[in-house]
Ligand binder design. Sequence first.
Ligand SMILES: C[S@@+](CC[C@H](N)C(=O)[O-])C[C@H]1O[C@@H](n2cnc3c(N)ncnc32)[C@H](O)[C@@H]1O
Length: 300
Amino acid sequence: MSEDLRSLEEKVKDLRPYLDDRKVKKIALELFRIYKRQIPKDALEKTADGSYTLWSETFKEPYHSVSAGAVRECRLKFLYPSGLLTKAVRSDSLSILDVGFGLGYNVAVAITLLKAVNSSLRLKIVSCELRKPTNVPILKGPYGVWHRWLMEVFPEGEKEGVSFLCLEGDARKNLKSLSFKADAVFLDPFSPYVNPELWTLEFLSILKNLIKEEGYLTTYSKALPFRKALLDLGFKIGETSPVGRRGGGTVASLKGPVIPLSQKERRRLSSSPYAVPMRDPSLRGTSLEILIRYFEEVHR
Ligand SMILES: C[S@@+](CC[C@H](N)C(=O)[O-])C[C@H]1O[C@@H](n2cnc3c(N)ncnc32)[C@H](O)[C@@H]1O
């Protein structure tokens, strides 16, 4: 969304008529800073590890981190911190909830590497995705076999002990009534200020019901409102290693061991005005509504 400051002020006023002008300007400026970063790019982009990603016209962001490398990101930010590779050695079956199927890279990389550890492992994978993107570049090398299969059978398929189902549509609606317990949740929407719908307290509380107590939620983000929401929901949280940028991502679990956050990060979470959860009580709010509500809280 490319917006000028004046039209954002109008939108904030429309949605929050009771706010004074100073507050309206502050919130509009926060939104302006988010939207001005959204510069259109070529549809297909080569990432740092040689794999390709796509640019989302809707969200104005790439599907993967270009500086980290798309496949590297799947391994280091999602699969490795999830603990699944260790569990795969001694398990018959594992289950994954994949939030934001996108190009299917996270799922293809996870199946390939988990099957390499234990070829008889059964995998139950439930993904969710607004709509399947077109012109998806098929991954090269060992990941290509499973990636091509996922693209062919989408939204549902079964092969060699792997069952895959993608729930198409808004994850907020589709996951609410799902009966599933995941060993790992890969939380991979676009970034929190661009795609806040899937980073709110209410949506994370749905995920809480879908994850095993010893399971892990992994993601690339370390955003304060997201981490604060996890803490409020009773998750223990830790930081994953940085890949392609200074900060790491987040690993969270209800009962599984997690290396605690640094003292500096804990201080930020307890003292920054930005460390308040994003809220979406109806689970139907637009991204603008969620952001305005959030910045209203930040600048209270
Ligand atoms: C960063 S991309 C995911 C990349 C993907 N995990 C991969 O490995 O290729 C984020 C995805 O989340 C999806 N998404 C965003 N909001 C959603 C929603 N409310 N419900 C379901 N999917 C959503 C987008 O359509 C997009 O495909």
